[in-house]
Design a binder for this molecule. Structure first.
Ligand SMILES: CC(C)(COP(=O)(O)OP(=O)(O)OC[C@H]1O[C@@H](n2cnc3c(N)ncnc32)[C@H](O)[C@@H]1OP(=O)(O)O)[C@@H](O)C(=O)NCCC(=O)NCCS
Length: 291
């Protein structure tokens, strides 16, 4: 454990009133570490970060925890608990209060919550250039599972012959869940259903059946496919790559090369980490940053 603890650091449940303070810390903390390494910030502004965090602070399927010192918010963390596997993040501690065990307290809190709820596994995506978060998560039991390349660029607009992409409907849910079960060992039905209802999910059909789906080809969506052709079809059909871009397993050299040859650029290296249940994927996939 760190020897220095921010004096009087306490944890409490987050509320939607914390959105502005947490958003501002989140933006500044990510920007500070990104600036140090000459990487672009993950968030364009404090308002955008606050706009994403505020609804999370009152969502039934997202657990939130806020750290305070002397009644002032100094950090926050989130556990996405709407599936078999929970996701962590974003976690941030005010730059002025970092490296003094606040991050460890916020991580231990969400891991304890996951244990209390008998969640089989917990995952997160880590900025690979950040030595401190990598060290902290590793010490807390997380293992690096997959190096990721965060890619961004103009829409590719390319169809893959024999692989038809269309918008997903609720009737597709069963086939998509089966596919996720086959590739990951568990389905991600609740978040897929949410994406279908927002009209942002797509499926790819090959040989008369669904062979891949995406909740969004971008930072906040996940994608599953039987083969690399399914991934290419879904990436090739995406009109844009929301947020900082998509997250492609770097070990998937074939699709990474395909993307790079079509003008996508690597924004930053990231790492998928997990503790507890993790099945080596039996197919092609792209994880989301949070859940
Ligand atoms: C990541 C973050 C939440 C961690 O919070 P923190 O309060 O700074 O970290 P802590 O002091 O609790 O823990 C750091 C741990 O890493 C260790 N550590 C730090 N740098 C290290 C290094 N280079 N090598 C080995 N260990 C290191 C510390 O000794 C400490 O270990 P301990 O808990 O066993 O004592 C915080 O730094 C932050 O908000 N960063 C910017 C945003 C961000 O990167 N978020 C995470 C995205 S993946």
């Amino acid at each position: 454990m760190s020897e220095t603890q921010p004096a009087g650091l306490t944890l409490r449940a987050g509320t939607s009133e914390d959105g502005e303070a947490c958003g501002s810390i989140c933006y500044e903390a990510f920007k500070a570490i990104a600036d140090q390494h000459n990487f672009p910030p993950d968030w364009p502004s404090s308002e955008v970060a606050g706009g994403l965090l505020t609804p999370l602070l009152s969502r039934g399927d997202v657990y939130s925890v806020v750290a305070e010192v002397d009644g002032r918010v100094v950090g926050s963390n989130f556990l996405w608990e709407n599936g078999t596997i929970a996701g962590v993040g974003p976690i941030t501690i005010d730059s002025a209060a970092q490296n003094a065990a606040g991050g460890r307290r916020l991580m231990e809190d969400v891991l304890q919550r996951a244990e209390e709820r008998n969640i089989a596994g917990v995952r997160l995506v880590q900025a690979a250039y950040h030595n401190r978060s990598l060290s902290l998560y590793t010490k807390l039991g997380f293992d690096a599972r997959e190096p990721l390349s965060n890619l961004q660029g103009p829409a590719i607009n390319q169809k893959i012959p024999g692989y038809a992409v269309r918008q997903a409907t609720e009737e597709d849910l069963g086939a998509c869940n089966e596919l996720s079960l086959k590739v990951h060992g568990h389905d991600r039905g609740p978040e897929l259903l949410q994406a279908i209802r927002q009209d942002i999910a797509h499926v790819v059909e090959h040989g008369g059946r669904i062979t891949g789906y995406t909740t969004t080809v971008g930072f906040f969506g996940h994608t599953v496919g039987e083969s690399n052709e399914d991934l290419k079809a879904l990436i090739g059909a995406a009109p844009e790559f929301p947020g900082p871009g998509l997250l492609l397993p770097t070990r998937n050299g074939e699709v990474l090369r395909w993307c790079l040859e079509r003008s996508l650029r690597i924004v930053q290296p990231m790492t998928l980490m997990s503790v507890g249940l993790y099945n080596e994927p039996a197919g092609a996939f792209m994880p989301s940053v949070l859940f």
